[in-house]
Design a protein around this ligand. Structure first.
Ligand code: ATP
Ligand code: MG
Length: 814
């Protein structure tokens, strides 16, 4: 058997590849496999290289690769010279043949430019597959494994939550070690930048840190700038100018003018100082592309990742705000730790390397605080309320943003809310399970959800960066905060202070949907006995089951055990995709923007079925499914209009849509009803603020229902037809992005393909949901009683095609 293979109680283990195999056949397969072969070859090459190499030290710091190559070339052909990456203290000289190495070692004295070198055989390291560094997620997984038995033993969910904090929080020892590092960095920087100040912010100090969290530092150079300006204006020679405590200006300050230097230049300087002058610091790297550029580093002794930024006063202040909130109510920390942990397990948070499409810890913490501002009675005050409680000396404005709040929790009256952690955690999930993310902007400042349409005109599309900068230059004053751009997205979470910044602006639509879906799952679980009651048999309960990693939870099935067969298609509200004219109308509608948008979507839906897919009127003989509201009124081939008045019809059909049937009018008639919406929206439970939800104050939209028939398989072979047509028309846009092309594709199919055996007659019912969940239009598709299997293909096509086509139509015709 190969030397790398050992037998284990569970079968075999390959030491080289670090893989377990259960039996002999899988072992044989592995040994013959590519991975094992490649690693065996790599190991052989490395070993041969080691034998041909020498370890060299003692050369001058600035010695170059060429210098060493030239020197060692006299002993044999030199293949490569590799310096140690960080400090240039040693080098490996690799010869092409082993003779070169032997000759070099046989010479006793080596010298380059009078500098004595030390030359030794290269140390032979056992070849080991370096496992990629464990991710944070894997670390957390391990913590959970160790935490599980402790949590199972706890008596209550409250106790479990405290246990989570205790196990994963940053310990006092680690905090102290970090403080010492901050002190060391401060001392070094003071040497180069007199009067500068290094401040820690973020999770190391905001009371929500975990043991592996990074160290965020802010280098404040304001006082150094003053010092430099004073030195410059002084008649004394610059080198003799001194700071308050008698230190003199270092040569670095003679090289760079802090008042005019670009942030990129300053960061390069910071990086150079860190690299050269702070012992233990390595892997220093300037990341200039981040929203806030930083210098990243690693501190060896504490195995710690750190960031230094030079323009981040707002983050220092929001860190103080989080500290204050922790001090205001002791329930915040256990809630935040538990929710952060849950979010990690469900892969909702934890962007690799800081940026990414998921929630970051700061955003998640703000979501918890917002929820606590909205609990009944509130656990935490709004930021505006806090401002009112601050005294004059606590007033604070940074970059034009009001960041005033009391410095001590004592200034804030305690909450009257007495709910325990177990109840609050469940309430957090139900709060966000039914939250209208698409239609809202979350404001911690006001402690309420603002309608997203009220931010039209302040979004990125309207104001360009250059325009803002120009404005600021013209006025010769700091940029007016409210002129800045807000990036709207699937989750809009306003920073509590920088009110033009969407803290979750990076979040993808998929992440937002996953977040809400997981909140819904968690809410359901929190209603079960397994959450509330300790298992007497030592089984997982409470938080243990809540922390089941993503994808391992039970799949939800219908009562008959089948997967969900529901035929519905949703069209989400995406403000950014809407044309300017419609956005202006929505903005005017204020809180009532949803019915207006719904009406426009319905118009587009009709256009898709009628004009693009050429569906005809539904047959009168199509049976009505029992218990189906609204269907009884169904007029075949048209939309079911419930109580639509001619006035509503007219007002909603003002901007001519092509087609003599005027689908806009039929759809508008359907929507402009006085009858309440679907049961889903009329039953709408409580709003995020705990009040009874409403879709708007205007006329309540209806739940229009249309009956359509289709005689051809308009979904089959579309791609091929489109490709052929595209060749002729040079219109190469993707599926669903051109009305004319898609219409042509359908016409082609109708002309060239045979009819389906039995025409498909189906119904589509539109419902507006929102206010108590993300604003969207839900299209319920009722399949025909005949040709169901056939229809399923049509439905799968519609699932993808319809939302895209509706977006296109809304963009181009409204
Ligand atoms: P951790 O490092 O454990 O993930 P953190 O709170 O330190 O948590 P970082 O991403 O390191 O998170 O950010 C450091 C600090 O920078 C935050 O605590 C917050 O003060 C500020 N910050 C982070 N992200 C944002 C953001 N999107 N908008 C505004 N401030 C932010
Ligand atoms: Mg951090």
């Amino acid at each position: 058997m190969e030397v790398d293979i050992i037998t284990t109680p569970k079968g075999f283990h390959c030491k080289l590849c670090n893989i377990d195999m259960p039996n002999k056949p899988s072992l044989d397969e592995h040994v013959k496999g590519r991975k094992h072969k490649t690693l065996t070859d790599v190991r052989a090459t490395r070993q041969a290289q080691e034998e041909r190499s020498v370890f060299v030290s003692g050369f001058q710091k600035d010695a170059s690769q060429t210098q060493l190559t030239e020197y060692f070339q006299r002993f044999g052909d030199v293949e490569n010279v590799i310096f140690d990456k960080d400090k240039g203290v040693y080098a490996i000289v690799q010869f092409s043949e082993i003779e070169g190495q032997q000759t070099a070692l046989s010479q006793l004295v080596h010298e380059i430019n009078g500098q004595r070198l030390r030359v030794k055989p290269r140390e032979k390291k056992g070849f080991k597959l370096i496992n990629k560094k464990k991710t944070d997620f894997q670390n957390l997984q391990e913590v959970l494994e160790r935490l599980k038995p402790v949590l199972v033993q706890a008596e209550t969910v409250n106790e479990q939550m405290h246990c989570v904090v205790e196990r994963i929080q940053l310990t006092e020892n680690k905090k102290n070690a970090r403080a010492l590092l901050v002190q060391l960095i401060q001392e070094v920087f003071t040497e180069f930048f007199p009067d500068s100040q290094i401040m820690a912010f973020g999770s190391s100090v905001n009371t929500f840190g975990i043991h592996s969290c990074d160290l965020d530092l802010f280098l404040d150079l304001e006082n150094t700038k003053t010092f430099q300006a004073r030195a410059k204006s002084s008649t004394e020679p610059v080198a003799e100018a001194s700071s308050d405590d008698g230190r003199s200006e270092d040569s670095i300050l003679s090289d760079i003018d802090l008042s005019t230097a670009s942030p990129a230049d300053l960061l390069e300087l910071v990086a150079a100082i860190l690299k050269k002058c702070v012992p233990g610091v390595h892997k220093v790297q300037v990341v200039a592309s981040a929203r806030l550029p930083v210098v990243k580093f690693h501190y060896h002794q504490l195995d710690l990742q750190g960031d230094i930024s030079i323009n981040n006063r707002l983050a220092v202040r929001n860190t103080r705000y989080l500290q204050l909130c922790s001090g205001l109510d002791a329930r915040l920390r256990p809630l935040v730790y538990t929710i952060r942990y849950w979010a990690r397990q469900k892969q909702l948070a934890g962007n690799v390397g800081g940026a990414g499409p998921l929630l970051n810890n700061y955003a998640l913490t703000l979501l918890v605080i917002f929820f606590l501002q909205n609990s009944d009675p509130p656990v935490l005050p709004t930021v505006d309320q806090l401002k009112a409680m601050a005294c004059e000396e606590e007033e604070c404005v940074i970059e034009g943003w009001d960041c005033t709040f009391p410095s001590q929790p004592i200034a804030v009256p305690p909450s009257k809310n007495e709910q325990d952690l177990c109840v609050l955690l469940a309430a957090f999930f139900s709060f966000y399970a039914t939250f209208d993310f698409a239609g809202s902007v979350i404001s911690l400042r006001e402690g309420r959800a603002l309608p997203v349409t009220s931010f039209i005109g302040q979004t990125r599309e309207e104001t360009t960066q250059e325009e803002e900068e120009e404005e600021a230059m013209e006025e010769e004053q700091p940029r007016q905060p409210h002129n800045q751009a807000l990036k709207l997205g699937p989750l809009n979470l306003l920073d509590p202070f920088e009110l033009s910044h969407n803290v979750a602006g990076n979040l993808s639509e998929r992440s937002q949907l996953n977040f809400q879906r997981e909140c819904q799952e968690a809410e359901k679980y929190c209603r079960s006995l397994q959450y509330l009651r300790k298992s007497t048999k030592g089984k997982p309960w409470g938080l243990v089951r809540l922390f089941t990693p993503h994808g391992e939870g039970p799949k939800h099935k219908n009562q008959d055990g089948s997967a969900d067969k529901d035929m519905s298609i949703s069209i989400p509200f995406r403000l950014a995709l809407l044309p300017e004219g419609l956005r202006a109308q929505l903005q005017q509608a204020g809180d009532d923007f949803r019915p207006l948008w719904f009406q426009r979507v319905c118009v587009a839906v009709v256009q898709v079925f009628q004009n693009v897919l050429k569906c005809g009127p539904g047959s009168l003989t199509e049976p009505t499914p029992a218990g189906d509201p609204g269907h009884a009124d169904a007029a075949p081939g048209s939309c079911v209009s419930m109580d639509a008045t001619s006035e509503e019809l007219n007002t909603s059909n003002d901007s001519g849509v092509a087609g003599q049937d005027s689908p806009r009018s039929t759809a508008a008639a359907a929507v402009g009803t006085k009858r309440p919406l679907s049961s889903e929206s009329s039953d709408a439970s409580t709003s995020p603020q705990g009040k009874k939800a409403r879709l708007g104050r205007g006329p309540k939209p209806g739940a229009p229902c249309w009956t359509w028939s289709q005689t051809h398989a308009v979904w089959a072979g579309r791609r091929k037809v489109r490709r052929e047509l595209v060749k002729e028309t040079v219109d190469s846009r993707p599926e669903g992005s051109s009305t004319a092309l898609e219409t042509q594709v359908t016409e082609h199919i109708l002309e060239k393909q045979p009819r389906v055996k039995v025409p498909l007659v189906f119904r589509v019912q539109a419902k507006l949901v929102g206010a108590t969940q993300s604003t969207k239009v839900l299209l319920q598709i009722h399949p025909p009683s005949e040709g169901k299997d056939h229809f399923r293909d049509f439905f799968h096509f519609l699932e993808v095609f319809l939302p895209k086509m509706v977006d296109t139509l809304m963009e181009t015709t409204m």
